[in-house]
Structure formats: C-alpha cells, structure tokens
Design a protein around this ligand. Structure first.
Ligand code: DON
Length: 575
C-alpha cells in the first residue's frame, strides 16, 4: 500500500507524504499521513484513479479501491473525507449529484440536492415592500435547505462493495485526530472568521484564538461524534436522533425553519441521466433539478454544425461562437428549468438538434449578439462547491459534484454537531428577475415551494468513445460550471488537448445576463481585443472553476489531472 498509493509531483506544497510517520492514522496499513502530504497535480494510473479538491480525500478514495472497493466506494469515502478536510465545500450539511456508469454499462443518477423546508414559501425572502433580502437567502439559518448528502451516500451504497463503517472511518479519524491545513485553507478560514462568529450560535472548531496558518492542525471533535453516529445508525444517525435534534435546536436558536419532520421526510432520488452525442462521442450528464446536463447538451448541439477545431483554440472566431451558444442556453435556463417534480421542464425539446439549429439561426459571426434581443426560445412541448472524478480498474466511472453553495455555506455550524449547513435556498429564484449570488435569474420554474429542490448548475459528466469509458469530468463554480464542462469537452474533442490542458487553459463564461463575457486573467489578450471590437463587453474575473478530470488513454492508462486553481490533487495506483 505504502508504495502503491502514489504522489508524484509536489507542486509548491510544503507538505510531504511520509508513510513511516508514527502519526499516520488513515487508510489500510495506516499509509496516509494527515500531517504530511503532497499536492499532486497529475499522474497516469493504470488501475484506479481519483481526482478531488484535497490530497487527503483523494488518497482516502484510492486506498478504498486498493483494499477491494470500487469507484462507488471511493466516491463515498472521498466525499466523507472532504466533509472534514475541505470544510468550505465538502459537506454533510449540503447536497449534490452523483453520476455513475457501471462497467456493465448501467447508468446511475443519484439526486441528493437540498430541498425547501415545509415552512418555506415563495416570498420568504421579500420584505413587506416586496424588496429582496438576499442576506437572508445567502447567510445564516434561513438560508439552508434540508441537507441531502448523507441520504445520497446511503443511496450510493447498493453500488459499493465495502461496508459503510469502513468507508467512513478515515473521515472519523481525520476529524477526531486532526490533519494539517494548507495555506489556502488557513487563509480562507481566517477570512471567514467573522461570518462563522456571526452566523453560528455556539463555538466552532473552525474558529481559533488568533489566526490560522499553514501547518496548523484542525481537530473537529463534534464532527467526529456526528460521523460516528452516522457510522453506527446509518441514515438515522443524521436524519433522526441526536443529530436531527441538534440541527433543529440550532434552527430554533437562529430563527431557521428546518424541522424534525423535514429531516425525517428527506430522501435522495434516482434520476435518469441525460444522454446525447457530440461529434461521435456519447455524453452522459445530470438531468434536472440540475440545469447542467441540459445546458452542455444545448451548447454543444448549437456549435456541432460548425468546424470549431479549424477555428483554433481561443481565437476570437471560436470564442465568439461558443459565447453565443452560452448566451442562448442560459436564457433558456432562466425560463424553463427547475425541479422536474414541480415544474414540467421541456428537456426533450431543449436538447434536440432542431431546437439548437433554430436557436442559432440569428447568430452573426463577427458581431456581438445582445441579451436584450436574444430571449428564451419558443417551446411548444407541453464560489464553493467541489467535484470529484473516480475510475476503477474494472471500468466503473463516477462523477460527483457536491456543495454547501457559497464558501462554507450559510456559515452556520450546527452547535454540538460540528458541521456547516448549506445556503442553498439562494439557488431558488427568490423573486422573478432578481439575480442570485451567481447572477442567475429565474421565474416560475424555479420559485420556492415546500419540498421542491432548487435549480442547480452542477454538471457531473461522463464521456464514452466507441461505447467505452473515455472521460470523467466536473467542476465547482456556480453558473460557470456548465460552461467550464462545455469548454473542457470542446478542448478535448475539437482541439485534441490532453486532459491537463483541457482543464487548465484559461476559460471564459457568458450566462445571458449580465450581458458580458467573463474571462480569466490569462485569457488570450489579442482575442479579448477582437471580441471587444465585435461589440462584446469583456470583464476580467477571478479563477473559473476547479475541474477534476480522468481521461482514458489509448494504452488504457488513466490520465488523471487536478485543477491548478486550488489544492486539488490526484491519487491512484499502478498496478
Ligand atoms: O448548485 C449550484 O449550481 C450551486 N449551488 C453551485 C455553487 C458552486 O458551485 C459554488 N462554487 N464555487
């Protein structure tokens, strides 16, 4: 184990994996040292591979596959580890989507998105004059939907091989005995300190006397106790008993509305994955209540008729075409997408070839389109989330995107239970046309209704080539998620890039409203100028997404890459 769970490139990290250390606590043979570890950006593994937002979480996933688990075991254990070592987005107080493909071809979509509590209502974030109070949908107790993650993990168990008690043990150890935090985590905990104090009613392990610094140990005893209840009691260890009581008591102290019944009634749902083709590749992605799968299908279908590869990577010609597809797809998102159990989402039409052609009929090369004139189509048919990509030796593929929504969610830590709650209610349309924290607008399709799941952009995605596993990909990034996945796919297929370039090259984003092209700092300067001269407003912004990808090479090896934009790291083994 010690030799085979490998860390190859230590890119600027001050940590090192030292399997000999007496303090090693996690993993079979105690091979993973949570006090010394590397960030590994890429490696080719011939057997099993994980890419996630944190080195320890990737190592935990790989260790589970090494001891006989499959990609589903790894996905469960990695998510639980992320809930401890990556508290900004890893979670048990949030929700997510798991997309899997078993080696026999069976597709699995598990929706464990948060749901609106029974006491929620359409206008709950409006004051008496009808003005929105985004502070309430974005922070503190009222911002939380009913958490879905623990239900999602148990809904994944039928596809896993190892017992749940083994899958959760590394997370318990990491919480109980602590782990060394990175510089990035230290700085983000420090900058959230005041919010933790403001929105939590009890002391939390995430706040310490003085400032966090790289190399400090984060110990989370209350979280360990919660995880132990889940280990012992299963789903009921979270949705009933002591943990549920602690959640409801926290709600009562902070004017939140989640009740014991809300928790008891929450279930994860199986969803049929969305399937479509792009230039001969089969693409599988998540269906509503995520908008992600529909959006990438729409955008790819809109550009498929054009010879994008010949336009060149990040030329004004290819970017303009891709941006105009983004504009049109996101206009439809605002109008037609929401929880399919509450709103009839016209999936078939939106993702059809004919509709894509019709939407692009007014596309004018070399001239900026306008979101004032490009509206949603005519339908006749009645900055923190985290993603992990896993593949095992048998060919099972799993993509999971999970979130608290904003960084550290509502910043409310459940007193006595040690975990953060989400601020996912903000993903509903709190008032028609009013942008949420990602600038997304919506209306009826995504209005608040008790029990309804808020529209998501999370886009866990799988690609097949000749019906065989090809790519596992996904990313955080709010509304930029579908455009990042779209660009990763175009980079791989149209521009023939390797997985590293496909996810790490500079990205751009357009989401209909606001009517602007957002670009990363290292975006091609000449292309930027040309877009501006076509009439586009181009705005520089911070990093877009943190994509994790695994691509199967022609020699069968798994090219496994972690985004350069964070502490993201890969792990796996060969053989
Ligand atoms: O579900 C969604 O679309 C959002 N709650 C995702 C939030 C997110 O990706 C934040 N990350 N940077």
């Amino acid at each position: 184990m010690r030799k085979t769970i490998i860390c190859m490139l230590a890119l600027g990290s001050q940590f090192s994996l030292d399997a000999q250390s007496v303090r090693s606590i996690v993993g079979p043979g105690k091979a993973i040292n949570p006090y010394q570890y590397h960030i590994v950006k890429k490696s080719d593994f011939s057997k099993a591979a994980v890419s996630s937002a944190h080195p320890l979480a990737s190592l935990v996933g790989a260790a589970m596959m090494k001891k006989g688990g499959n990609a589903f075991d790894a996905a469960i254990a990695t998510q639980l580890a992320l809930a401890v070592v990556y508290p900004g987005a890893g979670n048990i107080g949030g929700g997510g989507f798991l997309l899997g493909r078993k080696s026999n071809g069976e597709l699995i979509g598990i929706d464990y998105r948060e749901a609106a509590p029974e006491k929620a209502h359409r206008d709950m974030y409006l004051d008496k004059n009808g003005n929105v109070q985004l502070n309430l949908s974005q922070s503190g107790h009222l911002a939380s939907g009913i958490p879905g993650t623990v239900a999602g993990l148990f809904a994944t168990m039928p596809y896993a091989k190892l017992p749940f008690r083994e899958l959760i043990q590394p997370a318990i150890d990491l919480a109980e005995k602590g782990f060394t935090i990175t510089e990035r985590e230290a700085s983000s905990l420090n900058s959230t300190r005041e919010s933790f104090l403001k929105f939590s009613t009890r002391p939390t392990a995430l706040v310490k006397e003085g400032k966090w610094k790289a190399g400090d140990t984060l110990v989370q005893k209350e979280l360990a106790a919660t995880l132990r209840r889940v280990q012992k009691e299963g789903v009921a260890g979270f949705y009933a008993g002591e943990t549920a009581k602690l959640i409801v008591e926290e709600m009562q102290r902070g004017n939140g509305i989640i009740t014991l019944d809300d928790l008891k009634n929450y279930t994860a749902k199986l969803r049929n994955p969305l399937e479509f083709t792009y230039r001969g590749h089969q693409i599988i992605s998540f269906a509503p209540p995520s908008s992600g799968g529909i959006l990438i299908a729409q955008m790819l279908k809109m550009i498929e008729k054009f010879p994008v590869g010949s336009y060149g990577f990040q030329t004004a010609k290819s970017v303009q075409l891709m941006v105009e597809a983004e504009r049109r797809a996101y206009a439809d998102r605002a109008e037609f997408m929401g929880d399919p159990d509450f709103y009839n989402v016209p999936v078939k039409t939106l993702t059809s070839e004919e509709y894509a052609q019709q939407r692009m009929s007014d596309y004018t090369p070399d001239k900026a389109g306008s979101s004032a004139t490009v509206k949603a189509g005519q339908i006749k048919e009645s900055e923190q989330t985290t993603h992990l990509s896993v593949m095992d030796a048998a060919g099972n593929m799993v993509a999971v995107t999970t979130t608290l929504n904003g960084g550290y969610g509502s910043r409310t830590v459940v007193g006595g239970a040690g975990f953060l709650l989400n601020n996912e209610m903000d993903d509903f349309s709190v008032k028609p046309g009013v942008p949420n924290m990602y600038g997304a607008v919506g209306g009826e399709a995504n209005a608040i209704v008790p029990g309804k799941r808020m529209l998501s952009s999370m886009t866990p995605t799988l690609l097949l080539k000749n019906n065989k596993p090809f790519v596992v990909v996904g990313t955080p990034g709010g509304t930029t998620i579908p455009t990042s996945v779209y660009q990763a796919i175009v980079n791989l297929i149209d521009f023939n890039m390797n997985a590293d370039d496909a996810i790490n090259k500079p990205k751009f984003h357009h989401q209909w409203l606001p009517d602007e092209v957002m670009i990363e700092k290292d975006f091609n300067a000449e292309t930027k100028k040309q877009l501006q001269s076509m009439g586009y407003k181009v705005t520089e912004r911070g990093a877009i997404g943190r994509t994790e990808a695994i691509r199967v090479l022609s020699n069968g090896k798994k090219e496994t890459v972690a985004d350069k934009r964070g502490d993201d790291s890969v792990a796996g083994f060969t053989p």
